[in-house]
Design a protein around this ligand. Structure first.
Ligand SMILES: C[S@@+](CC[C@H](N)C(=O)[O-])C[C@H]1O[C@@H](n2cnc3c(N)ncnc32)[C@H](O)[C@@H]1O
Length: 463
């Protein structure tokens, strides 16, 4: 065998051919799913509104996820290992570029000036930056598909950078990741040391170390100078996050209307400004929602929440309630409880406390809407995963193809800000069991960063 053919054999051994096959098969399946798409499907209209043509139905979304994962692996495979490591080590320069360009709202300025391209000199003047430095920041992000140099020294948006234009709530979400994340960053080494040396009491999180032991939610509503405006930014970010996470698809991904009969009360624990009922009620106006949150958030919901008309119709009620205390008597017995993006804020001991209070309220069902991490083992052919016959639910423990870039980043964000965590499927099952819940079907949220609707029932109802 010549050295060249030996090389070819080792390329095949490392999965190159399999990855190419997966990409070809998924691309073909995606095309077929697009052709068989029903134009009146609720998912299709949401996909059109959100500008996500590859998520118009659940099968397309599934194939798009496989394509992304296989492409990520293929890119890693053909990139020299030292480049992969170097890029990971220097990835904070992308954060730096984002921080500066997002603050100057460059994406909106390009859109408003000339969407087909703005000369660097004009752009720099409009955003008040040095032309050369601004161009260098833009060029680094352009290497990641964010902004593009359409001709020498002329800058335009890409679909990615355009998502930041005139999107204050989405930008608030980016800002939350960058601002509070940067405050916590210097405390990670100390946090890791304290945890490994078993110092008691262990610090809650790197952010709490920065904030003199205040929990994150207390700090953002506090009078600390660095916290000024952060509570409002957080609430806006939660609205922006709903779009980042493809939450508008929720009525298509999980059939609230068909699942629950008229008269059902859904208790949205830590429901923020009411984005869940605002999404669900148009498709399921026979349901009622009680949204529970902290005092400051309930006040803001009254002033600026997403549910004005539904509150007026008596279908949504905002109530101050601390999720670490027992549920009020009137909500006990037979209601559906929802915990959306709540439990990942907490370590198991605290998450279990919240669950135990909900379990004591004797719900008919509990829906966890949160990330589930499915490790993508090399031997694990993600492409082989098939959804159940209804095309939406996953078989117990079946692993969907999932890019782990953002889910694992969220895991670290949760650790940084709250001492919380994202969870693997068996970790969810174990946590829920400690509080007396049994996990049933789980529904993927098609355009999210690994979120699922996990249906749970009190364990004795599952028997
Ligand atoms: C990550 S946000 C999720 C908000 C909403 N469920 C969503 O998905 O958009 C967490 C929410 O929990 C609320 N929260 C924090 N501590 C709480 C507590 N002790 N009791 C009730 N809600 C709390 C926060 O104010 C915030 O609205």
């Amino acid at each position: 065998m010549s050295p060249v053919s030996e090389n070819k054999a080792s390329v095949i051994d490392t999965g190159f051919t399999e990855l190419l096959q997966t990409i070809e098969q998924s691309a073909a399946a995606l095309r077929i799913a697009a052709q068989t798409q029903q134009s009146d499907d609720i998912g299709a209209s949401i996909a059109a509104q959100m500008g996500l043509p590859f998520h118009a139905n659940a099968e397309m979304a599934r194939q798009a996820a496989i394509l992304r994962l296989a492409s990520e692996r293929l890119t890693q495979l053909v990139t020299p290992p030292r480049h992969v490591l170097f890029e990971a080590a220097g990835s904070f320069y992308a954060t730096l570029c984002m921080k500066i360009l997002v603050k100057a709202d460059v994406a909106s300025v390009i859109e408003d000036t000339n969407a087909s391209g703005v000369a660097a000199g004009d752009l720099a003047k409009k955003v008040g930056m040095d032309k050369e430095l601004m161009s260098r920041l833009l060029r680094h992000l352009a290497s990641k598909g964010i902004f593009q140099e359409v001709s020498p020294g002329v800058w335009a948006n890409t679909a990615n950078s355009r998502a930041m234009a005139h999107a204050p709530e989405f930008v608030a979400h980016l800002d939350l990741v960058m601002y509070e994340g940067s405050l916590a960053l210097p405390y990670w080494p100390q946090f890791m040391d304290a945890r490994s040396s078993g110092i008691a009491p262990a610090p809650l999180s790197p952010f709490a170390m920065y904030a003199a032991n205040q929990p994150f939610y207390q700090w953002i509503h506090s009078s600390a100078p660095a916290a000024l405006g952060r509570g409002a930014n957080f609430n806006a970010a939660m609205k922006g996050m709903a779009r980042t996470e493809g939450v508008p698809f929720l009525p298509a991904d999980y059939p609230f209307g068909a699942k629950f009969p008229a008269g059902t009360t859904v208790v949205d624990v830590g429901g923020g400004l009411g984005s869940l009922p605002a999404l669900v009620l148009p498709a399921a106006p026979h349901l009622k929602f009680v949204v529970q949150d902290l005092d400051a958030v309930v006040k803001e919901a009254a002033a600026r929440g997403a549910c004005g008309e539904w509150v007026a119709k008596g279908l949504v009620e905002f109530v101050v309630h601390d999720c670490f205390s027992p549920q009020p008597e009137r909500l006990c017995g037979g209601n559906v409880f929802v915990l959306k993006a709540i439990l990942h804020n907490y370590p198991d001991s605290k998450a279990s406390e919240i669950l135990t209070h909900i379990r004591a309220a004797n719900p008919s069902k509990l829906l966890i809407i949160d990330r589930v991490i499915f490790p993508q083992f090399p031997a694990h052919a993600a492409a082989e995963h098939q959804p159940d016959s209804d095309g939406t639910t996953l078989r117990d423990g079946a692993a969907p193809a999932q890019s782990l870039v953002v889910p694992t980043m969220y895991d670290l964000i949760m650790a940084a800000l709250h001492g919380g965590r994202e969870r693997l499927f068996p970790e969810w099952t174990a946590l829920l069991e400690t509080a007396g819940f049994s996990v049933g079907a789980i529904y993927p949220m098609r355009a999210s960063t690994g979120q699922f609707v996990v249906e749970c029932v009190p364990a004795e109802l599952a028997r």
